[in-house]
Structure formats: C-alpha cells, structure tokens
Design a protein around this ligand. Structure first.
Ligand code: SAH
Length: 197
C-alpha cells in the first residue's frame, strides 16, 4: 500500500493541534477563576497575539482544509513527516509539563494574578520560558509536517513575532514584581534552550 505522506502530514498536524487544545482546556478553566491583579498589555500585545494565531493556526488550517495557496506546494516525504511528528510530539509533552508547573499562574497574555508566585521548579528549573520553547517546537515542526511553503513557514514568522515582541516585556514585568528573586532566577537559567539561549 502506498502511503500518502502529504495527507499524513496534514492529519498529524490536525491531531496535534487538537491535543494542544485538550492539554490547555482544564488549566485555562482553573486559571480563569483567579483574578488578574496586574495586566501589562501594551497595544502591540493584541497585534502580536493575532499574528501568532494566524501563523500557527489559521494560515496552516486554510491550506490543510482547502489546499490554498497551492502554488507553494512542495513534495512530501516520510523523513520530513516523521521528523515533524516527533517535533510536535515533543512540543506537546513540554506544553503539558509547563501547565503542570505553572498551574494557576498561567495566563495567555502579560498578566500577574492575585497572589502570584514565581515558579522556578519542575520544567521551570531548566529554562525560564519552557512554554515558549513548546510553541517554538510547534512552529518548527510545521515546515516538516506541511508540504506547502506558506503554511509551513507561517508558524515561525507568526510565533516569532509574538516571542520577540513579548519576551523582554515579560521579563521586565517579572523583575518589577519579584526583584532579586527573579534576577537570581535569570542568572541560573536560559530563556528557551537549556545552556544555550
Ligand atoms: N513565559 C513563560 C510563561 C508563559 S504564560 C513560559 O514560556 O513558560 C505567560 C504568563 O506566565 C505571564 O503573564 C506571567 O504572569 C507568567 N509567568 C511567566 N514566567 C513565570 C514564572 N517563572 N513563574 C510564575 N509565573 C510566570
């Protein structure tokens, strides 16, 4: 039997995106019950969150379900699809661990909740932004999984925009709130890749 690798890539992508939603569902419900004490949401946050959703979800979904823009289709093969599935799979594992460690401190934007505590344990011992590592892995898995250049690269551009516009602001917010405790944490951890960056 001949395997359709292009279709396989599309299906794997869909399953992983649904799994992502399932992992986020309960932590989202729980965190939403805790009031937000500080919301540091500059206007650029809305823009970058939209661009990120567009790149990680909407543009690839359009290609997955309609084949648009077909002019940018490329050949699909087993190695790239398997590699993409492994990357997205690892991303989901990491994503689950970040929600476990952050618990009610999680927020989809730049917020501090009532009684916010700095989390430095679990996966947060390894890097300061493991959830963003997970999003990067999602983005990087897409050029491997999706046999279309536009759909494949949209995630890197979309999430990259959010990441670079946000990470500095987030660290400033955390430093304002936690002072020395956060500065110590910064000294002993990297941002998204242990020991490297
Ligand atoms: N940047 C983190 C968290 C993303 S969720 C990561 O990539 O894993 C964004 C929210 O998480 C921020 O609004 C902030 O309130 C909270 N946050 C980020 N780092 C945190 C930490 N170490 N401890 C507690 N809350 C944190």
């Amino acid at each position: 039997m001949e395997i359709d690798w292009e279709l396989t890539g599309r299906i794997v992508w869909c399953i992983c995106v649904v799994a992502w939603g399932v992992i986020r569902f309960r932590p989202n419900m729980k965190a939403r019950k805790i009031r937000i004490a500080v919301a540091k949401r500059p206007p650029i946050e809305r823009f970058s969150m939209f661009v990120s959703q567009l790149g990680l979800g909407i543009i690839p979904a359009i290609w997955v379900f309609t084949g648009v823009p077909s002019a940018f289709d490329r050949q699909a093969g087993p190695i790239s699809v398997i590699l993409g599935a492994l990357l997205f799979g690892f991303s989901l594992y990491l994503f689950r661990r970040t929600h476990k460690a952050l618990g009610k401190m999680w927020s989809h934007s730049l917020d501090l909740r009532e009684g916010h505590k700095l989390v430095t344990k679990g996966i947060y011992e390894k890097v300061r932004h493991p959830m963003y590592s997970a999003f990067w892995l999602w983005a990087v898995s897409m050029p491997f999984l999706l046999a279309n250049w536009v759909a494949g690269l949209a995630g890197v551009v979309g999430f990259g925009t959010l990441y670079f516009l946000r990470v500095g602001q987030e660290e400033r917010m955390m430093e304002d709130q936690f002072g020395e405790q956060y500065r110590d944490y910064v000294k002993r951890t990297k941002r998204i890749i242990p020991g490297i960056y």
